[in-house]
Write a protein that binds this ligand. Structure first.
Ligand code: AVJ
Ligand code: FE
Length: 435
């Protein structure tokens, strides 16, 4: 209806504006040399992300939707993520910070202009404002990427945010039984869901147990202290070879100090907080911990069933708490805190079966490779998802404290190499009921 269209138009405008406020903060809280420097070969200079955000907005909104000409010929190639790997980007003739800001602002003025009159019922790209939602999600995803760059950057603190509320240690049941049987995975009716989340399709799972809360630093420390990193049998052959080759003995950013662990976070060193979900572990570490604990990582389908399945109605919810958009009482999202909340936080955000913190706090590694759902169709470009399908990438679910609600849903799928740990990654474990 017309009201729905106007509500989506307003939502798109609000999401684009929220994203830009975040981008602006992340690119003005450090000096110019820090914007053009490469803080890690794994990451782009911040100024690349800024102009890439604008270039994608120009490509998908101004040109694909609006039919406009390129604003500055030559930019597309500089900011094409596939043409230039991250390590190469600092040596490109990138727009200097002031130019990148001007370009981003010019694109945005025109994009909002276009949004005001765009037909939301025309093509698949404009249906329900999809392209605008996609561009807002893209900017927020790069805002998370830029926050990772900030975490890797050395030097004094540049960003601050209030800490999450303290919470008493979680004393509920350690695990929850998810009944076997069918559930609906993925979505066909979430207007801004990306291609890899589609279509909705039935899955049948055996009953399984899943951790009520993400694995904490205290639990992970027990694995370390029990010789987890020096005991080959907990690791896959690839994982074992990887930690040996790179001398990995603890999560990234952890450092031993006498008999305690310290952690560096956004320019501040602090003791590792025991009740917080563990962060900055790679898939191999998550997998080894689970084996040590006599458990395993949940599959992607198990994670989604735990997060979305309502055993009373049998239907799948948008979020663990229901169909309402995320609010602060549901989950730790949107960089309003720069750390995960203590395990057991956000009871209002728990699933019908009582599983907590599935959304927000830490991305959760799953056992699954990133593969297309039955009936998958690449849209609007095959470089968004399709080129990444296969056994090289593992799926992460649920979103971290660094993810904005617009880029986080019960169906949202993230993926990365199993060695990655600069990302805001943690995990929870599971076991089959029969075991
Ligand atoms: C979905 C987070 C893996 O950062 O590579 C950004 C998102 N795609 N620009 C990535 C993305 C294109 C993507 N991840
Ligand atoms: Fe991108």
């Amino acid at each position: 209806t017309e009201t729905d269209t106007e509500a989506l138009r307003e939502r798109a405008r609000a999401c684009l504006t929220t994203a830009r406020a975040r981008t602006t903060l992340l690119t003005t809280c450090v000096d110019e040399p820090d914007l053009t420097a490469q803080h890690s070969p794994l990451m782009s200079p911040l100024v690349w992300d800024l102009a890439h955000i604008a270039n994608q907005e120009e490509l998908w909104l101004l040109r694909a939707v609006g039919g406009r000409e390129a604003m500055r010929p030559g930019l597309d190639s500089l900011y094409d993520a596939f043409e230039h790997p991250r390590a190469e980007r600092p040596s490109l003739p990138l727009l200097p910070p002031a130019e990148a800001r001007r370009y981003a602002a010019e694109v945005r003025v025109r994009a909002l202009d276009l949004l005001a009159s765009a037909d939301f019922h025309g093509t698949r790209l404009t249906e329900a404002g999809f392209a605008f939602g996609m561009v807002a999600q893209h900017e927020q995803q790069h805002d998370e990427t830029m926050l990772i760059t900030h975490q890797l950057r050395r030097g004094p603190r540049a960003l601050t945010a209030p800490d999450p509320d303290p919470a008493p240690p979680f004393t509920g049941p350690a695990e929850v039984l998810v009944p076997g049987g069918p559930f609906t995975m993925g979505t066909s009716d979430e207007p801004w869901a990306l291609d890899n989340e589609r279509p909705a399709h039935p899955r049948r799972l055996a009953p399984f147990w899943i951790d009520t809360v993400p694995v904490t630093n205290a639990a992970y420390q027990a694995f370390i202290e029990d010789g987890g990193y020096t005991t080959e049998r907990w690791w896959t052959p690839e994982g074992w070879a990887h930690i040996r080759r790179h001398g990995i003995t603890a999560p990234l950013f952890w450092r031993r100090d006498g008999d305690r662990w310290l952690r560096q976070r956004f320019g501040v060193t602090e003791p590792v907080p025991p009740d917080e979900p563990v962060l900055h572990v790679c898939w191999y570490e998550a997998d080894a911990y689970a084996r040590w604990a006599g458990r395993r990582l949940p599959t992607e389908a198990e994670w989604e069933k735990a997060a979305r399945h309502d055993p009373v109605s049998g239907r799948s919810r948008r979020y663990p708490w229901g169909d309402a958009d995320p609010a602060p009482e549901h989950a730790n999202l949107g960089q309003r805190h720069l750390r995960p909340a203590p395990a057991g936080s956000y009871p209002a955000g728990q699933s019908p079966l009582g599983v907590r913190q599935l959304i927000g706090d830490v991305w959760e590694w799953t056992a699954s490779d990133f593969l297309p759902y039955p009936g998958f169709r690449a849209f609007p470009y095959k470089e968004y998802s399709e080129v990444f399908f296969g056994s090289a990438h593992k799926v992460l679910r649920g979103g971290s404290f660094a993810v904005d609600p617009v880029a986080c849903r019960g169906t949202f799928r993230n993926w990365d190499y199993p060695v990655r740990r600069q990302i805001f990654s943690g995990f929870r474990t599971a076991r089959s009921e029969a075991a």
